[in-house]
Design a protein around this ligand. Structure first.
Ligand code: NDP
Length: 339
């Protein structure tokens, strides 16, 4: 059995979903209540591969909310993640994806040190960040969506916002070694990590976001931001592909300008309907078919019986691992979202 640990995008979103899912006692509560709420399994899932194989899974709502980071409720945020992991393990789930901020919190706050959660000793090999599949899907979105806008990769400048992150660095590695992109612009705040990445790639220009946006034909947005941000579409090139891979989405408003195409990054489409309700709750356009690539990674690991933390740690994703997960992604009927 596979598991998905997820969370909602804001307190307002959580309150409305609680009502919808039949938890009225959560619906009118503020952030403090959510800080103390335990994890819950709220969905049973059946996925069928195009090979005919069927697998079962469960969705674990961690009750984490991005406002906990924004208001420095760090202890609550970290408790949410490890408690949800213990909950998944207690329910006998073989492989669970740490969706959205779960893996970021796990890494940033060194949660591998907290192995004992009451009577559960966490077995980390039962968890995966899902970031290898996410990075692979984002790269395929770059490769397949660019030609539709008549952007030739060999002439294109690609800006990666969040370049030094786990997903961003993997995207940079792929673009550097598997494509002939003309130029790579590397954006993040920590300059030392940017210089390390630039040295590893042997190329790339370190740049401030405001300087990079007017130069980019393609922008890959994979920064870990608790709230979306607005960018002025007028600063972008007349033809520009924006791939928004963040959760919550990094770009808060839909950019309305002809020539600028915004794609939901890191989202896959499955070839067959998935039996679940959770994707309608997070407002996916086609909730039976569309899902986060990180969630799909735990499904793929279950299909293949690869009970291992396939994606783990930070900045260790290789292009070979991306190939490996990409191969089974295609085999079981997943493809990158291109609309
Ligand atoms: P990491 O924490 O590993 O990396 C985040 C990156 O963003 C770092 O380079 C960081 O560098 C940069 N960053 C953070 N804040 C800012 C800022 N204000 N301006 C510029 N850069 C910034 O995150 P991941 O790679 O694990 O995840 C990235 C995003 O992808 C997250 O939003 C996550 O929720 C989403 N995601 C989506 C998935 C999907 O299935 N679609 C799956 C998993 C994650 P610095 O701190 O130096 O600025």
């Amino acid at each position: 059995m596979f598991g998905l640990i997820g969370h909602l995008t804001s307190l307002e979103h959580a309150q409305s979903v609680a009502k919808e899912l039949g938890y009225p006692e959560y619906a009118d509560q503020g952030l403090d209540f959510w800080c103390s709420a335990p994890p819950q399994i709220v969905d049973d899932i059946t996925v069928t591969s195009v090979t005919g194989q069927k697998i079962q899974g469960k969705y674990v709502e961690s009750c984490f909310l991005p406002e906990m980071l924004a208001t420095r409720r760090i202890k609550a945020a970290t408790r949410k993640v490890v408690n949800a992991m213990a909950h998944a393990q207690k329910h006998g789930i073989n492989i669970t994806a740490l969706g959205g901020f779960s893996s970021i919190i796990f890494e940033n706050f060194n949660l591998q040190q907290i192995q004992q959660i009451r009577n559960v000793k966490l077995e980390f090999e039962r968890f995966t960040t899902g970031n290898t599949h996410t990075a692979y899907i984002i790269c395929k979105q770059v490769e397949q969506a660019a030609p539709k806008l008549n952007i030739e990769l060999s002439k294109a400048t690609v800006a990666v916002c969040g370049a030094t992150g786990d997903i961003g660095s993997a995207v940079c590695r792929w673009l550097n070694s598997r494509t002939d992109v003309a130029d790579l612009l590397l954006i993040a705040r920590n300059q030392e990590r940017l210089q390390d990445l630039q040295a590893e790639l042997g190329r790339g220009k370190i740049m401030d976001l405001n300087e990079a946006l007017p130069q980019a034909d393609i922008v890959v947005w994979v920064a870990s931001m608790p709230k979306g941000m607005e960018i002025d579409p007028l600063v972008l090139k007349p033809t520009c592909l924006l791939i928004d891979g963040g959760y919550p989405k990094n770009l808060s408003t839909q950019i309305q300008r002809s020539g600028v195409h915004v794609l939901k990054g890191g989202i896959v489409e499955h070839s067959l309907d998935i039996e679940w309700k959770i994707m309608s709750i997070v407002n996916m356009d086609s909730p039976a078919r569309h899902l986060f690539a990180c969630f799909a990674e735990s499904m793929l690991l279950e299909f293949e019986r690869w009970y291992t933390n396939f994606s783990w740690g930070r900045n260790r994703i290789t292009v070979e691992k991306m190939d490996e997960i990409g191969r089974v992604s295609l085999k079981h009927g997943f493809r990158p979202l291109l609309v």
